[in-house]
Write a protein that binds this ligand. Structure first.
Ligand code: MN
Length: 128
């Protein structure tokens, strides 16, 4: 079973998405801001991180930069989630070190395809 760290400050979004991911068989751990996301990532070593970019304390951009600068965490794939489908958000997310990017409102089949793809790539890198 893969563990996903869901970083989301909005309680309604967080509960809805974590419930839907759990129903798909993922174990979900939660962080409510960017600073906490680093603590939870170190403690739980998730297989993948879903990172809302608009977060209190430390935003998703900065939290991702810190993860990708941390030798213990940088291998964990990060999918950036932004509410605004700005043309340069995708580029900005990839620059911050995110491995993938998607927009809200969540299209679950599309997001699941991205999650499964990144988990498969990560597994293949481990065994090769
Ligand atoms: Mn947010």
């Amino acid at each position: 079973m893969s563990t996903i760290l869901l970083v989301e400050d909005n309680e309604m979004n967080r509960e809805m998405l974590s419930r839907r991911l759990e129903r798909k068989g993922y174990r979900v751990v939660i962080a409510v801001d960017g600073e906490k996301s680093l603590e939870v990532a170190r403690a739980d070593m998730p297989d993948l991180i879903l990172m809302d970019m608009s977060l209190p304390v430390v935003d998703g951009w900065e939290a991702t930069r810190r993860m990708k600068a941390d030798d213990a965490l940088k291998h964990i794939p990060v999918i950036a989630l932004t509410a605004h489908a700005m043309a340069n958000d995708r580029e900005k997310a990839l620059e911050a070190g995110c491995d993938e990017y998607d927009t809200k409102p969540i299209d679950l089949p599309r997001l699941l395809a991205k999650i499964e793809n990144l988990l498969t790539v990560a597994t293949q890198e481990c065994i090769s």
